[in-house]
Design a protein around this ligand. Structure first.
Ligand code: ZN
Length: 203
């Protein structure tokens, strides 16, 4: 399986990063070794002093597809989950300054904790799903899919022009504003609507 991530898909987050609002999706990948499941702890990596949380909704692909038209995109995913796109902000800044790829900052082992998935039929409107992240019980990020620059269907369609989507692939759909550092000992808890769907410790 592969993990496809979308950068700057909420205008307020692009703004806080001093980046322009994109005119087409910003796409990068993480390998399977980035995934953490079952609320296992995240081990703070030795190579960074500035790991940031980015809470994101995830769509899970359930069907092989390529060149998918937006009007058929919803047939290719059936579950929505929540996860963290951990980012080594210090490494990312070095990569950006040199115009180099982001993988060392974004795709390292454990950089993609993934929580419980829910059938998309649970949500009345996929374009109005609320979610939030608490760090040590305090809400630090709050998002709603009504603020997505590119909808789930548009993302599936766009990404499938470049990468064949396969059952089991994840698309991380971008983070809202409020990203910030985590520290050893922090507890991160993410909620989809108001349901706890991910809960783990930074070690
Ligand atoms: Zn992200």
């Amino acid at each position: 399986m592969k993990i496809i991530c979308i950068g700057r898909n909420y205008a307020e987050h692009a703004k806080e990063m001093n980046q322009p609002v994109p005119t087409e999706p910003v796409v990068f990948l993480k390998p399977e070794t980035a995934v953490i499941k079952d609320n296992q702890p995240f081990w703070y990596p030795e190579f960074s002093q500035d790991i940031h949380h980015e809470v994101e909704l995830i769509i899970r692909i359930t069907k092989l597809g390529r060149y998918i038209a937006p009007e058929f995109a919803s047939r290719y995913y059936d579950e929505i989950g929540i996860g963290i796109d951990f980012t080594a902000r210090d490494i990312q800044a070095q990569c950006k300054a040199k115009g180099l790829p982001w993988e060392k900052a974004k795709a390292f082992d454990g950089s993609a904790p993934v929580g419980t998935f829910f059938p998309k039929t649970k949500f009345a409107d996929l374009n109005a799903i609320g979610f939030h992240l608490d760090v040590n019980g305090k809400t630090v990020q709050r998002g709603n899919t009504k603020d997505l620059l590119f909808t789930f269907d548009q993302l599936v369609s766009h990404v499938s022009q470049y990468f064949t989507l396969k059952s089991g692939d994840y698309i991380f759909t971008g983070t809202p504003e409020g990203v910030g550092p985590v520290h050893r000992g922090d507890r991160l808890t993410a909620y989809l609507e108001n349901e706890k769907a991910l809960d783990f410790e930074v070690k």
